[in-house]
Design a protein around this ligand. Structure first.
Ligand code: ADP
Ligand code: MG
Length: 767
């Protein structure tokens, strides 16, 4: 499109946004097309939809279908969103603007043009809700729709993927790709070629969750409970024996700490060449103890460590820490160490997304990450104005010196608002905080609901009532995202609540990104509703202590702790910018490491696909072992022999890839430890860690396929082979008997110990 214009506009004002004018021009034609459709029978709409000559023509039919199916006539701004997504961009549309419908119309248009569309949702609940909710619209348009959830069987998945439009949580899309990569029979595959991906809550998926590796693991065993290391670390004192950086991402031993640990370990030299493994284990234990906080980063429940997702602020189901860290935390908490699994393969959300030739999306907050979306995905953002102007009042932050003073002030504020029945939504940063606030509210005699449901459906039901008269809802960050908060709740009177001022959103602290603040504010003031929002911040908040540790002490502090210094709010802004920048750096860094692994994986997968779908395996083995080939070809048919060869080579290829991943993780860990090394560490490397990693990884990969073929030939020689196929068990090679899928939590630290790949502890989900 108008590339120059876009660039000029970007240069002039809104970085990362594109021009809506070309789409706006289509609105009159869409409106005109609508009159024409009034008399068309339901049964004929689908034909009109297929026949639509252009996007405008389709939008007219789509609008008519939505009106008939849902009783909701899409607003112009919703159709602008649809057009933006048809252009392969991200539409920024505020909460409550009706993105579900705008996205569905875009998906339908793609489908009618012969493309296969996946709509990625944040969770199972939303995938199913949206597929069902939009079902009647798709019906009228003659588009088939399916949906997938965690519990879907392979047959159900195959059927859902066969539909023109498939709704699924991002993680399930990823797990299906991973499982398909291990298929040994074409008939077992469930996914098809990726084509169009339409992402709801796009910033959350593409930025916040982008680095989360989805893991497929098998062959479980017992993880080592490193109780000794946990014990040693327990005896170390912060400051004296170890230091953490301000951002809480790294912990390192001081000289005194190293000496203490060496003494405890019987007088070894921790930095000796043969102690690298001990040093690694010690570091993992140190991280578990010094950097991971109970009730902030994880909770202990039912004798298990359960991770808390930093971007959603609630228990992250099916998530683990990598690299023995899980076991180290379990050791720290003195609870039973969970089983460990070997990684067979893994894919980050980002790599998953990038497989699709066409990506588009929608969210309430995209502009703030416009540059990242372009850098990592080549995506542009278009800002869609609201249907009715937003009249929510966003008040300036209220700053307090200490945490307790801030929390007291929050409760006073809620008490005040509650006297009129004005509904209040309190957004907290973590579970521990929501529990503290809840206790304070209880002491103040304020009835309230804490959103800590383990189940997305319950969560949605609770959040839907947050706009009811007198409601006080305490919720962690992302809870209930995707659920509409109507004034009055589901059955109350919206006008009554509007009179009271609408929904009052109180943030108990600024997030690490202003975008997340905006998400929270956006829960109020939907579709022109009245509302207000305010954030309470204390100078003891993690954001400030971590990212603005050198901020000047406030001078003008009232008896209740309220800070009056001019410029104090600049500290908050500064800290937030620093946090945002740090996250971006982590993203860039991880991206660089993963890029090479992704490229190598692609080579392996292309090769694998050839093996899976043809007789390339037999050709290769026949060439390597002509005598054995001849001998078997007497007794067995070619078809049987081809199956045998395929089973053998696929086994060794998958085995080889898993080993390669483990080796890469180890290389990365080693390089990083050396780079981190201080003082007595003889491994200090002058090399650029990334360049070193690349060099090693490429060397290792060069021989991978060759080795796989040779190992396969050896198995071909020795394994018992009969009419019934090859007995891999008897040959001592066996596929992992079970596979599990899980997510590894977003990198807790900026170091390879939490690297995307490695030895993972824990078995989560058995299928
Ligand atoms: P978003 O995802 O943008 O936050 P939703 O898709 O959840 O918004 O829709 C919010 C609410 O607006 C829903 O209750 C939906 O039924 C309603 N809605 C959407 N489009 C329209 C429309 N054109 N007219 C009336 N209501 C609409
Ligand atoms: Mg939504």
């Amino acid at each position: 499109m108008s590339g120059l214009r876009t660039r000029v506009r970007r240069f002039l004002q809104k970085p990362g946004t594109t021009d809506l004018a070309p789409h706006e021009k289509l609105l009159p034609a869409i409106a005109a097309g609508e009159d024409d459709l009034a008399g068309v029978a339901d049964e004929s709409l689908a034909r009109r939809a297929v026949a639509a000559a252009d996007d405008a023509g389709f939008c007219a039919v789509g609008r008519e279908a939505a009106r008939r199916a849902l009783g909701e006539r899409p607003f112009d701004v919703q159709l602008l969103g649809t057009l933006v997504m048809l252009d392969g961009q991200v539409a920024e549309m505020a909460t409550g603007e009706g993105k579900t419908l705008a996205g569905a119309l875009a998906a339908a248009r793609y489908a009618l043009r012969g493309r296969s569309v996946h709509v990625a949702s944040v969770n199972d609940y939303l995938a199913r809700r949206d597929a069902e909710w939009m079902g009647p619209v798709y019906d009228l348009l003659g588009v088939t729709v399916g949906c997938i959830g965690q519990a879907s069987t392979p047959a159900e998945r195959r059927e859902a993927y066969a539909a023109q439009v498939t709704y699924a949580p991002v993680s399930e899309l990823g797990f299906d790709v991973l499982r398909d990569r291990l298929a040994t029979d074409v008939a077992d595959l469930v996914t098809a070629e990726p084509d169009v991906l339409l992402i709801d809550e796009a910033d959350s998926v593409l930025i916040d969750e982008a680095l989360v590796p989805l893991v497929l693991a098998g062959a479980a065993g017992e993880a080592d409970a490193d109780l000794d290391m946990a014990e040693i670390v327990r005896g170390l004192r912060p400051g004296l024996h170890f230091q953490t950086d301000d951002e809480g991402r790294n912990a390192s031993l001081t000289d005194a700490g190293a000496q203490a640990a060496e003494a405890a370990l019987g007088g070894i030299d921790l930095y000796a060449a043969d102690q690298i493994e001990t040093l690694t284990r010690l570091n993992v234990a140190l991280h578990a103890t010094a950097l991971l906080r109970r009730d902030v980063d994880y909770i202990v429940r039912d004798g298990k460590v359960q991770l808390i997702s930093s971007s959603r602020g609630r228990v992250a189901q099916l998530q683990r820490w990598p690299d023995g860290l899980q076991a180290a935390v379990e050791a720290k908490e003195a609870i039973a160490v969970s089983d460990s699994g070997e990684i067979l393969d893994s894919i980050t959300v980002e790599s998953l997304v990038r497989r699709y030739p066409r990506i588009c999306g929608m969210t309430g907050t995209a502009v703030a990450v416009g540059e990242e979306l372009r850098e990592f995905y080549g995506l542009e953002v278009a800002v869609i104005p609201p249907n009715r102007p937003c009249v929510r009042e966003d008040e300036p932050d209220r700053l307090y010196a200490t945490l307790p003073q801030k929390e007291k002030a929050i409760v006073a504020e809620v008490t005040q608002a509650h006297t009129t029945g004005e509904p209040v939504l309190i957004g907290t940063l973590d579970i521990a905080e929501s529990e503290r606030i809840s206790r304070r509210l209880t002491s103040a005699g304020l009835p309230h609901v804490v959103l800590n449901a383990k189940n997305d459906a319950d969560e949605a039901a609770i959040i839907a009532e947050a706009g009811a008269h007198g409601a006080i809802t305490v919720s962690t960050q992302m809870a209930g995202r995707g659920t509409d908060i109507r004034l009055g709740g589901r059955d109350g009177d919206p006008d009554q609540i509007a009179e009271l001022g609408g929904l009052y959103v109180i943030g108990t602290g600024r997030h690490a990104s202003s975008r997340l603040d905006d998400q929270l504010r956006g829960r109020s003031g939907r579709q022109g509703d009245p509302g207000r929002s305010v954030f309470f911040v204390s100078f003891e908040d993690d954001l400030i202590t971590s990212f603005a540790p050198d901020a000047a002490e406030p001078q003008d502090v009232a008896p209740d702790g309220r800070i009056g210094d001019a410029g104090a709010d600049a500290v908050v802004t500064h800290a937030q910018r620093a946090a945002d920048g740090a996250n971006l750096e982590i993203h860039r860094n991880t991206f660089r490491y993963n890029k090479l692994i992704d490229d190598q994986r692609q080579v392996v997968l292309t090769h694998r696909d050839r093996l899976l779908r043809g007789d390339a395996a037999l050709v290769a083995l026949g060439a390597r072992r002509p005598d054995r080939f001849e001998e078997l070809s007497e007794t067995l048919g070619e078809a049987v022999l081809a199956d045998v060869a395929r089973a053998i080579v696929l086994y060794h290829l998958d085995r080889g890839w898993a080993d390669h991943l483990a080796a890469l993780a180890e290389i990365r860990e080693g390089i990083h430890l050396r780079a981190l090394g201080q003082g007595p560490n003889p491994f200090v490397s002058s090399l650029d860690p990334l360049a070193e990693f690349h060099a090693e990884a490429i060397k290792l990969f060069a021989s991978l396929l060759e080795q796989v073929e040779e190992q396969s030939a050896e198995t071909f020689d020795t394994a018992p082979i009969t009419d019934a196929g090859v007995d891999l068990d008897a040959a001592g090679v066996r596929r992992p008997s079970a596979t599990w899928t899980y997510l590894v939590r977003d990198k807790p630290f900026d170091m390879s110990l939490s690297g995307a790949l490695g030895r993972f502890a824990g078995r989560i989900y058995h299928r």
